[in-house]
Design a protein around this ligand. Sequence first.
Ligand code: BTN
Length: 305
Amino acid sequence: MKSKILDILRKNYPDPVSGVEISSQIGISRVGVWKHIKSLMEKGYEIKSSKKGYTLQSAQDLISIASDDKNIIFIPVVDSTMDKARELAKSGEKDFTVIVAEEQTKGRGRLNRDWSSFKGGLWFTMLLRPEIPVQTAYAFNFAASAALVKTLQKLFKIDAKIKWPNDIYVNNKKISGLLSEMETKGDMVSYLNIGIGININNTPFAKDKETTSIKEITGKTASRDMVLKEFLNEFKAVKENLNIESILSTWKQETSTLGKDVRIETMNEIFTGKAMDIDETGALVILQENGIEKRIIYGDCFYNN
Ligand code: BTN
């Protein structure tokens, strides 16, 4: 219902729409309309109420999937959805709660880097509580990047590929990144937060690499709502039927990393070699020039060929 109201307001932007008009379009009372508008305002949607009716304060592509879905928390501006997710996880928030923001003031990436998160991109964190041993938690990151690459390919018909560990690249430019944080309880996962940033209608920026966005590739503004909805459906299917072997096999089909000569930079070390495989612990196996295999859990990957 709330997303229908948002649709009506969006179509009429920048003009106001009266409560009577909305109530006749969606078939609920004016009081009902007001209740929904109030709850939308509480969720962070910027709607002005005046004698002439209700006016949306900006016509930009809204993330309205959050308006009706109780498992999705929408926050207009947040420091980082990772911090919010952690706070919620610590206070007992349920499995598969999604925190999505219009804008992050302290978005962060892997290896403590900043992640530019202006309006127009899709910035969200999934709070997950899988009842699995810590050693298998990595499968969720692989599942998320595989679901994401499939979503982007399906919606935009673009040649998106996964670059180890879980970045998505199109034409050698980064379009999306994934960051995960976990807390454990004994040898089991207590919570696992997976944060995803996708450059959609924003102009991305990163100091150290070339970046791109859906808008830059397709020449059109895209609906972030549609991307989030499609991704969550895709991910949910894998999550509910967790099969590590099949997750890894999908990931391997969708990566551009295996078979490449790579340079992997971790916090303190650099390794070079040929990317051979992902092992049963989720590590990247590279064959170094000295003939010795090296297994690497985390780092940045650069292609030498
Ligand atoms: C990377 O490629 O370095 C990972 C980037 C992850 C960015 C997302 S945006 C939503 C979530 N909140 C953050 O602060 N970071 C992640």
